[in-house]
Design a protein around this ligand. Structure first.
Ligand SMILES: [Zn+2]
Length: 304
């Protein structure tokens, strides 16, 4: 794991697809962690072009039918306090839901697939998610070179709050322990620990991100148990400068960009719906759609 930076830097388009679609065991790295056999999944996001055209993301190429939500260790009872529109979307039967004639009851995976939502890690055995009975710790690291530290903190905390509410996962952030990192030097950081989401803001042009990537999420998960174990999210401050440039955006686009990466960190892949916050490139009118809220709710379903 000490070569994390090197492994991030050597990722090319082809290897991303490989990492994204295959559940390859990570070998020695996972053994050293003592967490059983771990594999790696990546979500990479290109910069949204300012002229309105969408930059093609490498992950576009892997949005195929072979990458679908499949029943996993989920517990439909988790959903008892979900809002009725999410329950209806996920075709969960019960109080206050509207049965849809064209939908199969209690088949949330099918509903998500039909809406174009995709998981980040999917195998024949199910999709990899965080188990929902234990807390997830979030650590936040900000490059000392950031132009606008206050906005980076603000949008990070807002997006984390949304993710915690929408997934129902016990996500804990120590806001008085936000760390500053020297330059854009990720080597000074330890790798994300067990049940940790590590969020790192770097400046545009940092070697930690490929040219004009706005963000990148690296997840480690147990291949055998289909359980997410740790995540590292790298965010470029181009997210903030682009949001400031694009005042025609109606929503808080910087917050949505962070939410997008956090969506990856809880196991969501890209959506085929261009209006979704999980679309490979955020559209001007992107928002948190009902399908997004439902997919995030689903991301909190995995039992221990
Ligand atoms: Zn993405």
């Amino acid at each position: 794991m000490s070569n994390r930076k090197a492994s991030l830097r050597r990722v090319s388009g082809k290897q991303i697809i490989k990492a994204f679609t295959r559940t390859t065991a990570a070998g020695l790295g996972c053994m050293a962690l003592g967490l059983g056999c771990m594999a790696l999944a990546l979500g990479l996001d290109p910069a949204r072009a300012l002229d309105g055209t969408e930059a093609a993301g490498p992950v576009d190429q892997v949005l195929t039918d072979s990458n679908l939500f499949r029943p996993t260790h989920s517990d439909l009872d988790w959903a008892s306090d979900l809002s009725s529109d999410v329950r209806s979307f996920l075709t969960l039967t019960g109080a206050e839901t509207t049965q849809q004639a064209n939908q199969t009851d209690n088949n949330p995976e099918r509903a998500l697939n039909e809406a174009g939502m995709r998981p980040l890690v999917s195998t024949d055995a199910g999709v990899a998610l965080w188990s929902n009975c234990l807390p997830i710790t979030v650590s936040i690291h900000l490059s000392e070179l950031l132009n606008d530290t206050a906005t980076a903190k603000k949008v990070t905390l807002e997006a984390l709050s949304q993710i915690a509410i929408l997934t129902g996962l016990d996500i804990r952030v120590e806001t008085d322990n936000i760390q500053t990192i020297k330059g854009n030097d990720l080597d000074s950081l330890p790798p994300a620990g067990s049940r940790e989401i590590q969020l790192i803001w770097v400046t545009e042009g940092s070697e930690s991100l490929e040219d004009h990537l706005l963000g990148e999420a690296e997840l480690h998960y147990s291949e055998a148990e289909l359980e997410l174990r740790s995540a590292t999210v790298i965010l470029s401050d181009e997210i903030i400068s682009q949001a400031a440039d694009r005042q025609r955006w109606t929503g808080d686009s910087a917050m949505l960009s962070v939410l997008h990466e956090l969506g990856h960190s809880v196991g969501l892949g890209h959506s085929l719906d261009p209006h979704s916050v999980m679309a490979p490139s955020l559209a001007d009118e992107a928002d948190i759609t009902l399908a997004d809220r439902s997919a995030l709710a689903y991301a909190g379903t995995r039992q221990c």
